[in-house]
Design a protein around this ligand. Structure first.
Ligand code: KG4
Ligand code: ZN
Length: 340
């Protein structure tokens, strides 16, 4: 029996946000609480796993209590507890998984393990109904993937990065340009003040591949900076940021457009932290506005890590009766096909 009536509490702790949210009947967001740790990781220029785990332990109970309070509900009102099972930092994942198992066990509710990227994709469903087949461009700090969906809860990875994720490249280049962590938003802002004058590569890989590669681009930026230093030339940061951003956008948009055409999809969903990128949004809007393909990009608060997206994806598993067990563990390398 499929059940679309549901109230799901979800927990997300895969990286540097401790988050809890409640979603009713698959799409109605009742509360969405996110405690960000960015300030603690900033001075190290990236996420420090041990610090992330400790913050999750400190915050998790408070964040869950706040999510219940904001929704004006108690644990007894919940139908299930969903949690990010992976991928992510193992120590960080474990905090969420253990909190979810403890709550579910104590209140006699099922626990549901959710794939983090399935969550990012399902963030879109909180603002718009999904129409299949659809293609999802997932661009985050840890992932760059093109995922095809022909029905709810079924994911086919048709392309992925062979090295760095798009967000990771943004963060590394930002570091080279002495911008604060996370660098994506800073490069995005700078790029709009500059012109793409530096020649940088676009790794399209084989003609028929939907895979991505960003490490060559990252190295090219580093080389450009080193060469300028050796020649005592000044780097125009805004122009270099604009050149880098243009290269990333060209590759993402070219491959996405090709996949949209090949698979004849009805919708293109954009998911993950890099979906917040203004340059990428503008270019996608331009390319797809008269294409007959519906472009959906979530608001910024649903692009970066949150638990509302985990609840939305978890609701589909709840509907199908796909529950986890008390043996659930954090899975750093969990494949998305596990959700199918
Ligand atoms: O999805 P997310 O919050 O966490 C992961 O699951 O990785 O994505 C974080 C990533 C970071 O690399 C950050 O620099 C990037 O998203 N990001 C951006 C922008 N806002 C966040 N990248 C480019 N432009 C932005 N405006
Ligand atoms: Zn994420």
């Amino acid at each position: 029996m499929e059940r679309t009536d549901s109230i799901i509490l979800a927990i997300e702790t895969s990286c540097d946000e401790t988050a809890a949210a409640i979603v009713k009947n698959e799409t109605e967001l009742l509360s969405n609480v996110v405690a960000s740790q960015i300030e603690s990781h900033k001075r190290f220029g990236g996420v420090v796993p041990e610090i992330a785990s400790r913050h999750h332990v400190e915050q998790i109970t408070l964040v869950i209590e706040e999510a219940l309070k904001k929704a004006n509900l108690s644990m007894e009102d919940m139908d299930a507890v969903a949690v990010t099972e992976g991928p992510g930092l193992v120590g960080a994942l474990l905090v969420g998984v253990n909190a979810a198992k403890a709550l579910a066990f104590a209140h006699g509710k099922p626990v549901i393990g959710v794939h983090h990227i399935a969550g990012h994709i399902y963030a879109n469903r909180l603002i718009h109904e999904m129409k299949f087949p659809l293609l999802s461009l997932v661009v985050s700090g840890g992932h760059t993937e093109l995922i095809l969906m022909k029905e709810h809860g079924h994911f086919e990875v048709i392309g992925e990065t062979r090295d760095d994720a798009a967000g990771e490249a943004y963060d590394k280049v930002a570091r080279m340009l002495e911008l604060p962590y996370p660098g994506g938003p800073h490069i995005d802002r700078l790029a709009h003040e500059g012109t793409p004058t530096y020649p940088l590569p676009r790794a399209m890989l084989d003609e028929d591949s939907y895979d991505f590669s960003f490490s060559g681009l990252k190295s090219a930026v580093i080389n450009t900076i080193h060469n300028a230093k050796q020649k005592n030339e000044e780097i125009i940061k805004a122009d270099l940021a604009a050149s880098f951003q243009q290269s990333v956008i060209d590759v993402l948009v070219t491959k996405t457009k090709k996949a949209v055409n090949q698979f004849g999809v009805k919708q293109l969903l954009v998911a993950g932290g890099v979906a917040a990128n203004k340059g990428l949004r503008t270019e996608l809007e331009k390319v797809f506005q008269h294409s007959g393909v519906e472009l959906i990009i979530p608001p910024l608060s649903l692009c970066t890590d949150n638990a509302a997206m985990i609840a939305a994806a978890g609701a589909i598993l709840y509907r199908k009766g796909k529950y986890g067990t008390m043996a659930m563990n954090g899975q750093p390398g969990l494949p998305i096909e596990i959700m199918n």
